[in-house]
Structure formats: C-alpha cells, structure tokens
Ligand binder design. Sequence first.
Ligand SMILES: *Cc1c(COP(=O)(O)O)cnc(C)c1O
Length: 354
Amino acid sequence: MNFERDLLKKIAPYKAGEQPQDKNYIKLNTNENPYPPTSNITKLLNGFDIDSLKLYPDPNNMKLKKAIAEEKNVSIDNIFVGNGSDEVLAFIFGTFFESNSTPILFNDITYSFYKVYANLWQLNVKLSMLNDDFTVNMNDFVNANDVSGIFICNPNAPTGIALTKCEVEEIVKTNSDKVVVVDEAYADFSTESVEELINTYENLIVVKTLSKSYSLAGIRCGYALAHKGLINSLNKIKNCFNSYTIDRLCEMVSIEAVKDTKYHKECVERVIKTRERISKKLTEMGFNVLKSSSNFIFCSSDKMYAKDLYEKLKDNGVLVRYFAMDRIDNYLRVTIGTDDEMDKMLDILNKILD
Ligand SMILES: *Cc1c(COP(=O)(O)O)cnc(C)c1O
C-alpha cells in the first residue's frame, strides 16, 4: 500500500550529492568549504551551557539576527533566518506565489531544488534557456511577461557564471510588481552581491547561506535579506510550520561565524586563489573551463566523456559531481578544495587522461 497523497507520488525529490561513509575521498562534490569554521566556535563550545538545552530556543533568533544585521549593515526587520537556505527557499516558494496559476520564472540549468519546491507547492514554471555559452538570456528576465515571480541563482549553479550587479538590478527594477529572489549561496566568492539593494527595492529577496563561504554546511543556517513587508510574510509561513527552526547550538555557532569577518575573508580569498590557479591548469590540460565566480569549477574535456571521468576519478578516491541532465551531461562540477587536494586531483586526472 502506498499511503502517500497523489501530489507526493508524482514528485521527484531533490537528490543531494553523495556523502559517502565508506572511505576517505578527496571530496569535491558538494561545494563544501575545505577550511574549518572559525576557531572561535571551539571556545564557544567548550564553554557552552549544556543546561540551556532544556529550554526552547528564541523563536525570533534575535541574537543571530543582530549579528547578521551588524555584519550586513541592515535592520533586524530585514532578516529572516532558517534551517539552511534550502528551508528559506522552500518558505519563499510557498509564501509569494499562487498554485496552478501564472508561472514563476527561472533558468533551465540552475539549482535543481527550485523545480522540486515548485512541484511541492504546485507552482507552474516557465524556464528560460541559458545561452549556448551558459550565460543568462537577459531578454527573458528584463520586463518578464506572464510570470508571477523570478528566481535567479547568482552566481549560477552548477555553471559558476555570475550576472553583474547592474544586470540583476535591471531585472529587479523592471519587475517591480513581482517578487524577485536572488539566491546568493556563492556570492561571497564573486564581486557581485545585490544585498544592499534590499533598501531600494521592495520586491527583492536576497538569500544567503553559512554552508559554503562560512564552512558551516553541518550546522544548517541560512537567511534572507529583504524589505520588512516580505520578511513579515516569511515569518507568517514559518510559524505555520515550526516556530523553532534554529536550535540553540545552531544560533550560537552561527553568530561566531558571522562575527569573525576577518577569518571569513581569509578563507574566501584562499578559495578564490586556488580556483584561479586550477582553472588555468585545467585549461592548459585541454579542458573547457567556464569562468567561475563561485567555489567550484564547471568543466568538460573532449578527451573523455564526463560520466567516464567521474567514475574513474571516483575509483581513484576523488569525488566530483556529475549531472546526468540534458545540455550538461558532458560536464563535471569540481568543488575547490585545499591546494593539496586540488594538486592530487590534477595528478590523478592526468593519469586517467594519459
Ligand atoms: C548549497 C546551496 C543552497 C543551500 O544551502 P543550505 O544553506 O546548505 O541549505 C542554496 N542554493 C544554492 C544555489 C546552493 O548551492
């Protein structure tokens, strides 16, 4: 007997990247940060008041919001926090768009969770096809017709390509009657955040995460920055699900990470430096490497099919991400690891291709 409701029977859930428990891979498949989170967390946890766990956390997470507000120079009323930015996105999909009605718009090649959320909330979707070079087709997004909302992942995943701040602003400005969501999971690795535009545009939501640039994928913390009207709506839907999405540990750990701006910047700069070095090396090895503004590289080789490369790399202890999807099934997405990990990966690649 399948007791699921019909909607769920039809849904193909998101497939997270492998988190193998069997052996130690050089793990370059889920865009985690290779560097540890700030050591201030060690101090925090050593002095953590375990007794406090008997109490529910603050449902409004004011301490965390205060830390984010200070770091981002916005008001507390402009912040919504969630259990990972995936949860924040899920709430956004459920808050602002009507089921079985005018479609929402996003790219055909982008973060694949968008489609899952759209299906879950029964939203119609209009896809904009990326150009052949995987750049965004701006014509579809500027003054977008017959859509009720827009999602842009910037820099895009899994391509790593970024729109400029001006381009995103044009999209936000010319769609002032619709909510425009900019998923900036990787923006810390680029130069093009539109965070500050939330003070200008009432229809803009910028979604951020601590999972990538702050090395905290394991703590599950993400947030949205937006005009307070949009934030109020998100609080409404959150309180229809779960008032305590952020637990005490998550809140305290996240605060330490957000506050240590110096360490954050150092890690980001190291990742960018390695990304540029490895992009160049892969290009020299004959790979087609897209210009990345994120913490991963999207590339293909005409010497071997991406799927075979993925499997051979895995046999040799290197895990990268392969998507068996139209248009990108000859590409690999390789997360930027430490310099040492990346050099090992290149050695193994060279051996495979020889
Ligand atoms: C990783 C990622 C997220 C989710 O991040 P969490 O905060 O870990 O849930 C959201 N959007 C994109 C594009 C991502 O790559």
